[in-house]
Write a new protein. Structure first.
Length: 198
């Protein structure tokens, strides 16, 4: 059955919204699988789709171990206790570095007050005891095709709010989901899978 293009059901999602530099919080019961219970920092969002990094799913891999795997040795550094995060289900063999933009890194893309890279140059600086003041390293990313994220938002799968760098870099991983919800004035206990539906 074809829909009348003027009917409300046929209204396309609003593609004019820009969720870059925002957090997405997965709604219980609405987002399942590997992204259930996640907070995602949206790096890029536009007409072609969106790319984000999960910031609250630490792995068993330490940053020190990751650097050793790519033949870099971490000198005395504030990052020697850092862990690598599961960034999302896409390209889980590829590393992504979200960092504060100290210095000029040829491969880093500026994201407001932060920057993102998949290149070794930032990690080489970190290994040498230099580099950005703060960083979060993930394996993989979360991705959406054109209009996909907008459709998921319309179905109440995600809550969104402007990102807070303190949550990304200074809040313990297990506290990042409730901390992100508090930016909206929401207590996680208030959430149910049916939120937003009458």
């Amino acid at each position: 059955m074809t829909q009348d293009p003027k009917s409300p059901e046929a209204t396309p999602p609003d593609l004019s919204i820009d969720l870059s530099n925002q957090f997405l919080m997965a709604m219980p019961g609405m987002v399942t699988g590997e992204l259930a219970g996640t907070v995602i920092y949206v790096c890029e969002h536009g007409p072609k789709g969106a790319l984000g990094l999960v910031i609250n799913r630490p792995t068993d891999l330490s940053l020190t171990s990751l650097l050793e795997k790519i033949d870099l040795k971490l000198e005395i550094s504030p990052f020697d206790t850092n862990v690598v995060f599961f960034g999302g289900p896409v390209q889980t063999d590829r590393g992504f570095v979200l960092h504060t933009p100290l210095g000029e890194y040829s491969s880093s893309i500026k994201l407001g007050s932060l920057a993102l890279t998949t290149s070794r140059d930032v990690l080489q600086e970190v290994a040498a005891g230099k580099g950005p003041e703060k960083l979060l390293v993930t394996l993989g990313y979360a991705g959406w095709g054109a209009g996909q994220l907008e459709n998921e938002l319309a179905q109440n799968a995600w809550l969104n709010v402007a990102a807070d760098t303190d949550i990304i870099f200074s809040t313990p991983p297990e506290q990042r989901y409730p901390a992100a919800l508090k930016l909206l004035g929401i207590d996680p206990i208030m959430l149910t899978g049916a939120a937003g539906h009458a």
